[in-house]
Structure formats: structure tokens, C-alpha cells
Design a protein around this ligand. Structure first.
Ligand code: PLP
Length: 420
């Protein structure tokens, strides 16, 4: 021990360093609950020390302004607005789009905007939430939306004035061609379109990885092309910096100048106007560069596929296709669920329970965690062979995931945090 009380730091020019929480592999390395658990990097911390510190309520902070313009441009939109959370971005979008009640909003029945935002669509915008069912077991289609949309002006009903498409839902991407069909139809009927792209970065990465022509040299251009292709179809888009990208805080809402001006006004009235937001904007930009454009998400999808293969090789079934960074394993027997939770805890892994076995992979998951997960799988499969007890939950081909089931799941695990 040195006389100043600090431990000598290995490999740091023989100097002394304080232990800090910004260094990989951090607390997220063994956490499969959500990509929200990713922790910011030293580069993100450093960007905070160099950021501008001017007032964003008066729109004087250039780091924030630049981030807004840059991300809006990536998504093919004219303007952007930094928000404290993705929820705030989605809620602002609805409040700014919906102007003449009565009206309804159509979205996927399991979507964040309908089922995971504390009823905000009704409370903040006075809109009737209308859930649409995914009938192909993968992603929402135009036909699914048409089946529930209200286009007539019969006074008994609340006409559909906004459609929100979440991409991804449960880790499965909606193809750009399907989004184009939905947006063209909506425009024809005077319906505003919103893309909840909290995990749109994952969709872009997966699409690029599927394209055989993509390689290290054109990775950036290919990712830009994907993000842009989705972004410019919609009237508004939200994307998150604090999920798989690893920034500490923040999301952004993008759209037309007029729309963003209105959203900024409402944001202020909700108490969401903040002052020195450079400390949020600077690391958010590093997150887009260092995690997204460097290809980290592509690599985490490879890990997700390896995890899924390890489960199915051992005889397990999947309850949803592995398209991006999520793996859903069939835990539809009570014994399986018990063994899953107990063995994961014994291995020091953080996982959720539930019959559909959600596993979220992110770029900070370490190899050791994947190995431990394999051992947990062995125990779950072995235990299951000696038991046939089920909990009575009926699963569709890829499991039906409804708002009602969401409510039930939440009640089951109150106190275990949100499945976001
Ligand atoms: C996480 C998430 C959000 C926003 O979440 P916040 O915790 O409010 O930032 C919005 N939509 C989807 C689909 C999400 O997964």
C-alpha cells in the first residue's frame, strides 16, 4: 500500500488510479434482464468533462443542438428533441400529433406505448388506446392494423388519428417494406405515424448483418442507410441512447420543424425542459459512435444466436424467433421456472422468470456469462426430463403476448423491477 492510501494501478504508467464504475466489464456483464443495464464507458465519462454547459431551455447548448440535428439527419428528419426517457419521447409524440379529439391510437398489443407507459396515452393525450394483434407470430402488419383501425366518423367511435409501430417488439424487427405499406396507407387516411424505435439500432444492425455485401469497410454507410430507410417513412420517431448503446441517460424524438416546436412546448409544460443537458448529449453521441457504428450490436446478435443454439441443441424450445438481441426460451413448466431462477442465481446471473424465458443480450455480456448460462440450461433441461408439471399457460407457436398477460406478469414479479 502506498503512503497516500491508494492501490498501485497495474498497467497505468505505474501511476495510481481510483477504482471506478465506468470501467468494463462493469455490473452489466452478468445481467441478461435488459439492455438497459449496460453501463457507460470511460469514453462517455470523458466526453462529459469536455462538453459545453449552456442552457438547453433557451436552446443555447451547442452539444445538445448538434446531437439533435445529427440524429434527426441520420433518421431522415428535419429536427430533433432530446428527452429524458423514451417514454417521454413517445408521450410527447402523441400529444403533439393529436390535436382534435375524440381520437384513438392503434399500436401492437404488447407495445411499450400502450402497455408499459403507465396509461400515459389516455392520461396525457386523452386518446383511446386500440391494441392490434400480431397474426403472423413475428411482427405487426398493415392488415393487423386495418383490422382494428377506426376510419369512419360514426359518432359512437373515436377515429384513429395515430398509428405507432414499435421496432423491435420482443426483439423481432418489422421489415422496412411493411413499415412503408403501413405509412402509405395511414397517410392516405390522414393518420399520423410514429415509430417507437427504442431498439431501432438493433434492427439496423441485424439487417446489415443479413446483407452479404456488408463488410468492415462499408459498415458505417450500411448502418446509416438502414436507419435512414426506416426513419424517413414516419411522421415521428423516438430512439433510445440508454438501452443497448450504453449511454447513461436519454432518448430523442425527431420529426418536422413544426412538430418538434410543438413537442418542445409540451415538454416544458411537463417539466421536461432541462438546463445543462450537454452532460446527457455528449455521452449519447459517444454511445452512437462507439457502440452502434463500431458494430458492437452485430457482435451481440451473434452471441444471442449462439445462446439460442446452445438451448435448442440441448433439446429446449424457443418461444420467439431470434432476430436481434433477445432470446426467448420455453419455460412453460413450473419446475423449469424454479430451476431457471435458482440455478441462474447460483451462477451469479441476473435473469427474469416467467414462462417465456426472456434473455436479453447486450454488448457488455462477457464470455464467462455465456458459459455460465450454458450450465444453467443443462440443469433446467435435466430437471425438466424428470417432471411433466405445467403451469397451465397455453402458448401459441411463438407464444401470445398480450397486454393482459403483461399485467399478470407484472403482478407476479412486483418488486423485481420492470421488464423494459
Ligand atoms: C425502453 C423502451 C422505451 C422507453 O423506455 P424509457 O425507460 O422510458 O426510456 C420505449 N419503447 C420501447 C419499445 C422500449 O423498449
Amino acid at each position: 500500500m502506498a503512503s497516500n492510501g491508494l492501490q498501485p494501478a497495474e498497467g497505468l504508467n505505474g501511476g495510481y488510479a481510483k477504482i471506478n464504475n465506468w470501467k468494463a466489464p462493469g455490473s452489466a456483464a452478468f445481467n441478461f434482464k435488459s439492455d438497459t443495464t449496460t453501463t457507460p464507458t470511460v469514453a462517455m465519462l470523458e466526453s462529459i468533462t469536455y462538453t459545453t454547459l449552456l442552457d438547453d431551455v433557451t436552446q443555447h447548448d451547442s452539444t445538445t443542438n448538434d446531437l439533435q440535428t445529427w440524429v434527426a439527419g441520420l433518421l431522415g428528419q428535419p429536427a430533433g428533441l432530446l428527452t429524458s426517457s423514451g417514454t417521454m419521447g413517445n408521450q410527447l409524440a402523441a400529444r403533439a400529433h393529436l390535436t382534435n379529439p375524440p381520437y384513438s391510437v392503434v399500436a401492437d398489443e404488447g407495445s411499450h406505448i400502450l402497455s408499459w407507459e403507465a396509461g400515459g396515452i389516455a392520461a396525457n393525450s386523452g386518446a383511446l388506446p386500440v391494441p392490434a394483434k400480431r397474426t403472423n407470430g413475428r411482427y405487426i402488419t398493415l392488415e393487423d392494423i386495418q383490422a382494428v383501425a377506426i376510419l369512419h366518423d360514426d359518432t359512437h367511435y373515436a377515429p384513429t388519428k395515430m398509428v405507432s409501430i414499435e421496432n423491435t417488439v420482443d426483439g423481432v424487427g418489422v421489415p422496412v417494406a411493411e413499415c412503408a405499406r403501413i405509412c402509405a396507407w395511414a397517410r392516405e387516411h390522414g393518420i399520423k405515424t410514429h415509430l417507437d424505435g427504442a431498439r431501432l439500432w438493433e434492427v439496423a444492425a441485424a439487417n446489415v448483418a443479413r446483407n452479404e455485401n456488408a463488410n468492415e469497410h462499408n459498415l458505417r454507410a450500411a448502418l446509416e442507410k438502414e436507419i435512414h430507410a426506416y426513419g424517413n417513412l414516419f411522421d415521428s420517431v423516438t430512439v433510445c441512447f440508454s438501452k443497448g448503446l450504453g449511454a447513461p441517460i436519454g432518448s430523442i424524438l425527431v420529426g418536422s420543424e413544426v412538430f418538434i416546436k410543438q413537442a418542445r412546448h409540451v415538454r416544458k409544460s411537463w417539466g421536461g425542459g432541462m438546463r445543462q443537458t450537454g452532460i446527457i448529449a455528449a455521452p449519447a453521441r459517444v454511445a452512437v459512435e462507439d457502440t452502434f457504428f463500431s458494430g458492437q450490436l452485430v457482435r451481440s446478435h451473434e452471441v444471442a444466436k449462439r445462446i439460442a443454439k446452445s438451448w435448442t441443441d440441448k433439446g429446449g424450445k424457443l418461444t420467439a424467433p431470434v432476430d436481434t438481441n433477445m432470446v426467448w426460451i420455453d419455460l412453460s413448466s413450473t419446475t423449469r421456472q424454479q430451476v431457471w431462477l435458482a440455478e441462474a442465481e447460483r451462477e451469479g446471473l441476473h435473469v427474469y422468470g416467467g414462462a417465456r424465458g426472456r434473455i436479453v443480450v447486450h454488448y457488455q455480456i462477457c464470455e464467462e456469462a455465456v458459459e455460465r448460462l450454458g450450465r444453467v440450461f443443462d440443469k433446467v433441461i435435466a430437471e425438466d426430463r424428470s417432471s411433466v408439471v405445467t403451469n397451465g399457460v397455453k402458448q401459441g407457436e411463438f407464444g401470445g403476448y398480450t397486454a393482459i398477460q403483461n399485467q399478470a406478469k407484472y403482478t407476479e414479479r412486483a418488486g423485481d423491477g420492470d421488464e423494459v
